[in-house]
Design a protein around this ligand. Structure first.
Ligand code: FES
Length: 218
């Protein structure tokens, strides 16, 4: 069986979703383990599919664990593709959005489905990502891959239509643990358990193809 970053994450999310009793301390421990495993596996999976991304990480693994910035080479990340990287022990997604994905983000009827379409919760993104695409460069979404409900890793569901997720689904992320949904800007849908949008970490672009996570854009 061929393992991709998405399939690894999907399998782990399936495992997470099967956990019973979210208030059970043993379940909490198991869930955290699986989240950490997802972070590690996502990075390994990305390495199999796209070695140049891993090769571009300059700090050592120990330095990264302590919070050192992480550099990512985006030159081979094609429109529509997403990669999982790790920063401070947490998985992050870098998605190269297509023009169609960007166009769908701001349909009027979609914006009415969102709990915080204007990114009003200050803790969820730096000021430079408080805009219509929650990004510095519209085509690149950089977001923490942890559901803002209880920290599961959501599934990447960019397909449109996707009737399982609703007739009006515009592509995004689905958390199978308790059903939270987010769009391709990481904005949370109304009436789901997750209270806020996904977190955009501090980041900047060093040149046309190099992203650095962990340092603010100025
Ligand atoms: S962890 Fe509960 S919906 Fe994501």
């Amino acid at each position: 069986m061929r393992h991709t970053p998405e399939s690894n994450t999907t399998q782990l999310n399936s495992a997470v979703s099967s956990l019973d009793g979210v208030n059970d301390p043993r379940s909490a421990v198991r869930r955290r383990f699986l989240v950490l495993a997802a972070a590690a596996t996502g990075t390994v999976g990305a390495g199999v599919a796209a070695w140049p991304f891993i090769a571009s990480f300059r700090p050592s693994a120990k330095a990264r664990a302590l919070g050192a910035p992480v550099q990512v080479n985006l030159s081979r990340l094609e429109p529509g593709q997403q990669i999982t990287v790790t920063w401070r022990g947490q998985p992050l997604w870098v998605l190269h959005r297509t023009p169609q994905m960007l166009e769908r983000l701001n349909h009027d009827h979609w914006l009415q489905n969102l709990r915080d379409p204007g990114s009003s919760v200050e803790t969820q993104q730096p000021a430079y990502a408080k805009n219509a695409t929650r990004s510095i460069r519209p085509q690149y979404l950089v977001v923490t891959a942890l559901c803002t409900h209880l920290g599961c890793v959501p599934l990447f569901r960019p397909q449109v239509p996707d009737l399982e997720l609703g007739a009006d689904w515009m592509g995004g992320y689905y958390c199978p643990c308790h059903g939270s949904r987010f769009d391709l800007a990481g904005r949370v849908v109304k009436d789901v358990p997750a209270p806020t949008n996904l977190i955009v970490p501090p980041h900047r672009f060093l040149d046309g193809n190099t992203l650095e996570v962990g340092v603010d854009y100025v």
